[in-house]
Design a protein around this ligand. Structure first.
Ligand SMILES: [Zn+2]
Length: 586
């Protein structure tokens, strides 16, 4: 669910950063560079239509297309100097077409529909402007819910370019104060905001190369006598580019790369814009982060080396198109980016070129020689009784447990390693990605008390995570998008409720807020409901601080004694009720 955590990819440095790069981050330059005009073959978008949504200099902690957990980043993240509450402005004229408040994800978010068909999105906000905030509060009280989604009419909240629509924040799945800003096309596909030319971001640094990897495909292929993935050593050449020693190879091979980019004013490691490869000077492959659809964003997991990422927390982008991957970021390919080293008759010069949006580039030269080296390291191939096709649904069952793998859940046909035992199943390997939910079914004996039962994903070190579980008489079903160990578990511990700024019978006339901490150790908070004198009380919930906050200015508390009640439920239905008398003179 972490849609917008600030990126912190670990990196192996091949160049030392200039010592003043950190200091530069502190300076606001008086003059900005404007990106050179790049020519985009199929991307035709209005220029100068959108203005930056904040008055502060655009210092970014995230760029478009950046590789995040299970998704590509759909916008840019504008740093707000570790502060919340800075004005957020309409990027262009239009009307507020959607207002959404959710615990996770974008938190408090606004969507503006523009007359030219584009939509702009502003997320992790702390507050909406007065007019919108009043409308939202009214709806929250009507629906008796903090989480809400509204679609105002076209004439309700018309906005002009530059009009303040909200204050920036850190709401939802945000790892620090910032504004997440998106531009979507008329098909709701997020587009690279840089394409619209509104930006004024200084970037004179070249993309950085972390590491280079070779891959082989099929039984006949090898690189240096080795099958599978292997790291290729890089040597820096004059001008900051790289080369490798001549690579001896045979058959179908491909390459992968870990790379990132830094803008001049930010210390964050951002994503690169485009990667191209060339074979003997002819373009062979290209991926570019111009746009994608939300329906395809999870294909990230096959576009990177997922197994390597799970083991080492570093992302390698494949410079070839994996099986069953329809991502629209692949903007050009010959032979899906795969190289066929089949003959001694010619030489192979492979080149990779990495671009940031400002047009800074870094190159890697890779000479490849055909070689009949004996294969010394074979790709391990284990056949198990549990074979699953990528493009076909499969069911496996044993003892009291069944596993349903729908069509399209796996990227490749795979022999799965499955160990069934009573009330637990070891399901394949956490390093294999899943594109869709698979379903686990546990049939349980009728005598057990199943009221607090759930299916847990058990980590190798023993930590249990709640898996979305449904119960129907003696059958539990759970859906998950990760392989691993799953077992029957029970959560017998109810949530905790801890008042933060009051106690029973307290006078709170001088307070602006009522604050409560809620927590649940095992399965997590499913729901909470606060009332005062029997009426619904709106409390904002921030899962990161575990805090519920009510603003007294909403006028729900009456003069004198008030009966406050809070009911919190965890994911298996354990409930805790807290009650207090709160006194107030408004
Ligand atoms: Zn973001």
């Amino acid at each position: 669910m972490s849609l917008c955590f600030l990126n912190s990819v670990e990196f192996i440095y091949f160049e030392t950063l200039t010592t003043n790069s950190k200091n530069m981050f502190r300076f606001i330059l008086s003059s900005f560079f404007f990106f050179p005009l790049l020519i985009f073959s199929q991307i035709n978008v209005p220029q100068e239509y959108f203005k930056k949504p904040m008055d502060i200099p655009l210092v970014l902690s995230g760029t478009f297309g950046e590789l995040r957990s299970n998704h590509f980043h759909a916008g840019i993240d504008i740093k707000t100097n570790q502060e919340i509450g800075l004005p957020v402005k309409a990027s262009a004229e239009g009307y507020i077409s959607r207002i959404k408040i959710q615990r996770f994800g974008y938190g408090r978010a606004l969507y503006i529909q523009h007359p030219n068909g584009y939509q702009s999105v502003y997320a992790h906000l702390s507050k909406f402007n007065e007019e919108i905030e009043a409308f939202v509060k009214q709806k929250q009280y009507e629906e008796e819910s903090y989480e809400i989604e509204l679609f105002p009419e076209e004439n309700q909240f018309q906005v002009k370019q530059g009009e303040i629509i909200a204050l920036s924040g850190n709401s939802g799945s945000s790892g620090g104060p910032h504004l997440h800003f998106e531009i979507r096309d008329s098909s709701s596909r997020p587009m690279n905001p840089f394409l619209f030319g509104f930006e004024e971001i200084e970037d004179t640094r070249k993309p950085r190369i972390g590491s280079l990897w070779a891959y082989t495909f099929g039984n006949e292929s090898q690189v240096g006598g080795i099958q599978g993935r292997q790291r290729i050593q890089l040597f820096q050449t004059q001008g900051g580019d790289y080369k490798t020693n001549p690579i001896k190879a045979k058959g179908k091979i491909g390459f992968g790369l870990s790379t990132d980019d830094q803008l001049n004013l930010a210390i964050n490691r951002n994503g690169v814009y485009k990667i191209e490869s060339f074979l003997n000077g002819a373009k062979h492959f290209e991926l570019a982060y111009n746009l994608f659809s939300f329906a395809e964003t999870r294909y990230l997991n096959s576009a990177i080396d997922y197994g390597y990422f799970k083991e080492h927390k570093k992302k390698i982008q494949k410079l070839f198109i994996p099986e069953n991957n329809p991502l629209s970021v692949y903007t050009f390919n010959n032979k899906r980016g795969v190289l066929e080293i089949l003959t001694n008759d010619f030489s192979f010069n492979y080149e990779i070129k990495i671009y940031d949006f400002a047009g800074n580039t870094r190159r890697i030269q890779i000479p490849i020689e055909y070689s009949e080296l004996p294969i010394t390291q074979v790709l391990p191939k284990e056949e198990t009784p549990y074979f699953a096709y990528a493009q076909q649904a499969t069911v496996f069952e044993d003892k009291n447990i069944d596993v349903y793998i729908p069509k399209g859940a796996l990227y490749e046909d795979t022999y799965l390693k499955i160990e069934f035992s009573k009330n637990a199943v070891n399901l394949h390997d956490y390093r294999t990605p899943l594109h869709k939910n698979i379903q686990l079914g546990f049939d349980l004996p009728s005598y057990s008390d199943l009221s607090q039962a759930y299916i847990a994903n058990v980590m190798p070190w023993g930590t249990k995570f709640y898996v979305n579980t449904k119960q129907k008489s003696n059958r539990l079903t759970a859906t998950t998008k990760t392989f691993g160990k799953f077992e029957l578990a029970f959560d017998r511990t109810p949530p905790t409720i801890n008042p933060l700024n009051f106690r029973n019978k307290k006078w709170m006339s001088n307070y602006n807020t009522l604050e409560v901490e809620i927590d649940d150790k095992e399965t997590g908070i499913q729901d909470y409901r606060a009332t005062v004198n029997g009426n619904f009380l709106l409390m904002e919930y921030d899962y990161k601080t575990k805090q519920l906050t009510h603003y007294f200015e909403e006028g729900v508390f009456k003069d004198g004694k008030n009966d406050f009640k809070l009911i919190v439920t965890d994911k298996v239905g354990n409930t805790t009720i807290f009650e207090a008398e709160i006194y107030r003179k408004n």
